[in-house]
Write a protein that binds this ligand. Structure first.
Ligand code: SF4
Length: 222
């Protein structure tokens, strides 16, 4: 079967976050994550026993071709942490060759330098703030590898997180768009806007997780 991948689920839906928010995309969710964020909403896909299908590259290509027949042009690789899958560069390469635009949702704890060639995908990279309890795992050298078509997402669970996001942006000066995303049910978006105004955080955009408003917050496969 050659190289295989642990695919937890695949479906077509709208992108909930990032620069392509609201656009249809094929989602490939891979099983396994090296972090355990306090607010994780996909913990079921993170552990060693996460339910998954073992799939070959050609199975992924078939899934992608189906999506293309349905007019989809974006593909989001998510998890868990998709970059933990051995051979994921081959998946990125094949999806790109099919004419899709791969976007990788990565947790900020994986060095991106190994995934910038031969086919450079679009990265939506999290920076884990203090309330996640995972900030010590962040690979800050990744900031230097980001381009304007990438995104950094700061998931904020507390007011202190918003201030920390500002500090990090001032320290590493990433050239790409920066999003502040409230943890659903933990901090009011209006509170974040107040801090943005007060602190003149003009480099940031507030983004709500669309899925949490459209579907049940715990719904899978949407
Ligand atoms: S990195 Fe993402 S998938 Fe992994 S534990 Fe944190 S929120 Fe969950």
């Amino acid at each position: 079967m050659g190289q295989t991948y642990k695919l937890a689920e695949h479906f077509i839906s709208i992108n909930g976050e990032g620069q392509l928010a609201g656009e249809l995309a094929l989602f490939l969710r891979f099983a396994g994550c090296n972090l355990r964020c306090s607010y994780c909403d996909t913990l079921w896909a993170c552990g060693k026993d996460a339910p998954h299908e073992v799939v070959s590259l050609s199975r992924i290509v078939d899934i992608a071709k189906d999506a293309i027949e349905n007019g989809v042009r974006n593909v989001t690789l998510t998890g868990g942490e998709p970059l933990l899958q051995p051979g994921i560069n081959d998946v990125i390469g094949r999806l790109t060759a099919l004419g899709l635009q791969p976007e990788i949702e990565t947790n900020g704890a994986i060095p991106l330098k190994d995934f910038c060639a031969p086919c450079r995908p679009k990265f939506t990279m999290d920076y884990k703030l203090p309330s996640s309890r995972m900030e010590q795992h962040m690979c800050t050298e990744n900031f230097a590898l980001l381009h304007e078509w990438d995104t950094v997402k700061f998931v904020c669970g507390t007011r202190a997180d918003v201030f920390r996001a500002k500090e990090i942006a001032e320290l590493y000066k990433p050239s790409c768009p920066l999003y502040l995303s409230p943890v659903f049910g933990q901090i009011e978006p209006a509170e974040i806007v107040e801090i943005m105004k007060e602190q003149k955080m003009t480099r940031f955009r507030l983004q709500l997780q669309l899925h949490k408003f459209i579907w049940d917050p715990m719904e899978r496969g949407v």
